[in-house]
Design a protein around this ligand. Structure first.
Ligand SMILES: *Cc1c(COP(=O)(O)O)cnc(C)c1O
Length: 381
């Protein structure tokens, strides 16, 4: 076996250092609040659970049941909704994008809608500003899903602060990671204390799960390196690809039973120590992305998705090809090759078989087209 068989991580995740395990850093809540620009944040055990706590808090404030999500987003989002007993309403994306088509979004709004969830995917900033007036008109809450966009800013303000609530993920592969974790912010003090209360009432301790996550974080520290990553990632990826199971290959096979527990102080302190390096890391990634975008610009018929903000983040680059056939030809060659080339979410939310029982049959043709013609290239160092 060739030990120098490098595996490029699919996203640019911040590496953990050994000293993170021994540092006596300020609390993660305090440092993340400063990083995001709020008074304080709530930490949960995953981005999904952060969404659950946010949604359960809103649910107490109104009898409404429907939540509008973009047809191209992470399947954990509808899973969180369904877990809360809410009804996902899928609204199609605009052409060549993951973000809402505003016209279609308006058409699906009504007095029975509890919330809209715009998503900042791959560090690209969704248009929240233009949703706010429509949301206000129908008294609908806005939850910004910044799971893939911690550190992304528009006009010096972090994503997640325009809407009523913002959530982020500290999961593996999402920038700053404590292996599994989530963050909730809300600029309104009353809203935030509601969220804290919901969390206190809803989230139990589970010392076994917490210990498991800590050990997994230690393994992440050890294996998050090009020469070792194939043992925990590459080998199983190629096994799924060989079988043609793309949903498993990217981890889109979400389960309706997911862990819900408090995050321990020690694991949080590891994240707090790593957070000191995050801004520099994001800055370097932006420079790298710019160079890589210039190289990609030389390739004909290839579009790189950018929202053209100086403070987008670049965990990977989302490429849009001319058609599905070309995209598939490229991926058949490059995806199994450990180069950090692959796909984001495999399908439109409307097309995952395991989600189909939970909503009316929906046509989301732009999202389907986006799923069929897009691919990602890692921006990992
Ligand atoms: C990963 C992700 C989530 C869920 O976060 P976890 O920490 O994995 O539970 C939600 N939304 C988006 C857009 C994501 O990428």
């Amino acid at each position: 076996m060739n030990l120098l068989h490098y595996e490029v991580p699919p996203t640019a995740g911040l590496p953990i250092y050994i000293h993170d395990f021994f540092s006596q850093s300020d609390s993660l809540e305090k440092k993340l609040a400063e990083f995001i620009g709020v008074d304080t944040v709530q930490i949960e055990c995953s981005g999904t659970v952060a969404l659950v706590v946010a949604l359960m808090s809103l649910k107490k404030l109104s009898g409404r049941q429907k939540v509008i999500i973009s047809a191209y987003t992470c399947p954990w989002v509808p899973v969180a909704l369904i877990h809360c007993g809410l009804t996902p309403i899928i609204s199609d994306a605009k052409k060549n994008h993951f973000d809402f088509d505003l016209k279609k979004l308006k058409a699906s709004l009504g007095k029975d809608v509890l919330a809209i969830i715009p998503t900042h995917l791959g560090g690209k900033i969704a248009d929240v500003k233009n949703i706010l007036p429509i949301a206000k008109k129908y008294r609908v809450f806005v939850i910004e899903d910044g799971a893939q966009a911690l550190g992304a800013k528009e006009k010096k303000q972090s994503v997640g602060l325009l809407g009523d609530i913002g959530v982020f993920s500290l999961g593996v592969g999402k920038g700053l990671s404590i292996f599994a974790g989530g963050v909730i912010v809300a600029h309104n003090k009353k809203m935030f204390s509601d969220i804290q209360k919901t969390s206190r009432d809803l989230i139990p301790n589970n010392y076994f799960m917490e210990l498991k996550r800590l050990i997994e974080l230690m393994f992440y520290y050890i294996f998050y390196h090009p020469s070792l990553l194939r043992f925990v990632f590459g080998i199983s990826l190629r096994r799924h690809l060989k079988k043609g199971n793309f949903i498993k290959a990217v981890g889109d096979d979400c389960a309706f039973k997911f862990p819900i527990h408090r995050v321990g102080t020690y694991r949080k302190s590891i994240g707090a120590s790593a957070l000191d390096r995050f801004n520099t890391f994001l800055h370097k990634n932006r420079i790298k992305a710019t160079q890589r975008l210039n190289q990609l610009a030389a390739i004909q018929n290839l579009k790189v998705l950018t929202t053209n903000r100086p403070d987008e983040t670049w965990p990977f680059m989302i490429l849009i090809l001319l058609n599905e056939k070309i995209r598939n030809t490229i991926l058949a060659d490059l995806w199994p090759k450990s180069l950090g080339v692959g796909r984001l979410f495999i399908k439109s939310i409307a097309d995952y078989d395991y989600l189909k029982p939970y909503f009316k049959k929906t046509n989301a043709l732009n999202a389907k087209d986006f799923a069929e013609r897009s691919m990602i290239v890692s921006n990992s160092p």
